[in-house]
Write a protein that binds this ligand. Sequence first.
Ligand code: ADP
Ligand code: MG
Length: 234
Amino acid sequence: MIEVNQLNHSFFIGKKNKRQEVPVLKQINLTIDEGEIVSVVGRSGSGKSTLLNLLSGYIKPTSGEVSIKGEEVTHFSEAQWADFRAAHLGFIFQSFQLIPSMTAYQNVELPLVMNGMAEKERQQAVEAMFQRVNLHGYEAHYPSELSGGQQQRVSVARALIMNPPIILADEPTGSLDMETEQELLTFIKQLNQEENITFVIITHDEVVASIADRTIHLEDGHIVNGEEEASHEV
Ligand code: ADP
Ligand code: MG
């Protein structure tokens, strides 16, 4: 499903004549199979978000390759990435990343609008999604009029609305209390089991790691728990 080969990434900081290389990810090899829930743990600054941004094309690696669903995505243009993300990837973030000037309904509808779906179809899909994430009745609320747990459910609805086979989540429970965290984890597990959605979940949290089939530990830019490409056959 996701195949990472010899991935290296450095950031460059400082002025042009004093540019300094900061290596963040080093020789990352990783295979994630369809239907897996993989958690990524590691202390702050260990490169977790950078890895997710590389998997979603928001940054390009210094070297190495990423394939997703059999497609070599590393050299995609911005436009190719936009199409690929729309078709294959859903995103959930700690800070929800909802658009504050749009209602919950409009936030969930937005990917469908961008994808050119007709209004009637959109309405059906969005209404069904609000039922599914248990937010029926909150469609007209703005993000600021919702609790953290509700906002996260809106963002999950937005992530799911295009039926992505893969969901990438960066600290999805980081802003939630224990009860809403447990609800979200139960829902993730259900989506995984019933729809075979593959999840890659960055977390600090052992409770989150505990729902994963596998946990990847990042330390100093390396995967340290023996996750080698040799341990998987494609
Ligand atoms: P994590 O998500 O594990 O906390 P990140 O992937 O966000 O870690 O960051 C890893 C390292 O890369 C950190 O040292 C961070 O300061 C650095 N870094 C992240 N993004 C940038 C950037 N855009 N420019 C320069 N350095 C960055
Ligand atoms: Mg991070």
